[in-house]
Design a protein around this ligand. Structure first.
Ligand code: GLV
Ligand code: MG
Length: 313
């Protein structure tokens, strides 16, 4: 299903611990664009084996609608990765859209997962290339290699920043992942956000910000979401259903922006192709000059608005 989901919205990406039947059952009722059933850090080591069967059951037997459905497997430096893929993709691959690979440090890790998926798909009778990959960048080495990582497999659909593990990898003196640090005069992740965004966009991937761990602080969460939204990110994780509505709102264009983008496209088409006079590549639109670059910016808003279900008013 990677062809199906490559361009679906991922404004809100809900994390559901794979060892919790209660949270798995609740998952489909939360209106997240993307949901990932976690086998990694929200599952205790002694529960890892048991969580796989619960995740398989949830993927197969719950109604996940049209959303992007993903399972986060364990990283290659554990003893679980291969067995996660064989059990989950082998038994529930049909409805599954993607697997998420955490703590990716080198492009070889993505290539290894791609090769493993190809074998498991063949064994399970799934179309080859059916399962997409999301890769998490959450270590210093992963960030250094992010450009090669983003180009490592045609299965890649999204690149995801993991602020909590990244802070640990960098030995930052913080104890809460993914939140603003008032002591720093600016945004301590600004470089990281941009580096990942550029690598993702250069390879046609969606780019996603990770978790904000203070799940009860809704105003601070909304503020923090705006940082990556303004840079151009497609969406961000939710660790709690309350965060999903905020994400769907923040990562969608407003109706006003959507209408304005359409009006720019209309005005620009008329100026460049219309029959009403001299055809121009740069024209006034209200009090501003628009040109081909304005058209490209407007197309981005229209595409995002369409994905968010907006209609021109
Ligand atoms: C997410 O996995 C993170 O480490 O922030
Ligand atoms: Mg992590």
């Amino acid at each position: 299903m990677s062809a199906r989901t490559r361009d679906l919205p991922r404004r809100s990406c809900l994390s559901v611990p794979g060892s919790s039947e209660r949270f798995l059952q609740k998952g489909p009722s939360v209106p997240a664009d993307m949901t990932f059933l976690d086998l990694e850090d929200s599952v205790a080591p002694l529960e890892k084996d048991g969580a796989r069967a619960k995740v398989v059951d949830a993927v197969k037997n719950l109604d996940w609608g049209e959303r992007v459905l993903c399972v986060r497997i364990n990283a290659w430096d554990t003893k679980w990765t291969v067995f996660d893929v064989i059990e989950v993709v082998g038994n529930a691959g049909e409805r599954l859209d993607e697997v998420m690979l955490p703590k990716v440090q080198t492009p070889a890790e993505v290539v290894a997962l791609d090769l493993l998926l190809t074998q498991v798909e063949a064994q399970a009778g799934l179309p080859l290339g059916h399962i997409g990959i999301e890769a998490q960048i959450e270590t210093a080495r992963g960030l250094i290699n992010v450009e090669e990582i983003c180009a490592a497999s045609p299965r890649l659909e999204a690149i995801v920043f993991g602020p909590a593990d990244f802070a640990a990898s960098m030995e930052m003196p913080v104890l809460t992942g993914g939140v603003h640090i008032p002591d720093y005069p600016g945004d301590h992740f600004h470089y990281v956000f941009n580096k990942i965004l550029m690598a993702g966009r250069a390879n046609g991937l969606q780019v996603i910000d990770g978790p904000f761990l203070k799940v009860r602080e809704h105003d601070a969460f909304r503020d923090y979401c705006k940082r990556t939204k303004v840079l151009g990110y497609d969406g961000k994780w939710a660790l709690h259903p309350d965060q999903v509505g905020i994400l769907n709102e923040v990562f969608s264009p407003t109706q006003e922006q959507f209408d304005r983008a359409w009006a720019i496209l209309d005005a620009y088409r008329e100026a460049t192709e219309g029959d009403s006079g001299e055809r121009k590549g740069a024209v006034m639109f209200g009090d501003e000059m628009i040109d081909e670059a304005s058209r490209k910016m407007a197309i981005k808003f229209v595409a995002r608005g369409d994905r968010a279900g907006l209609r021109r008013s």
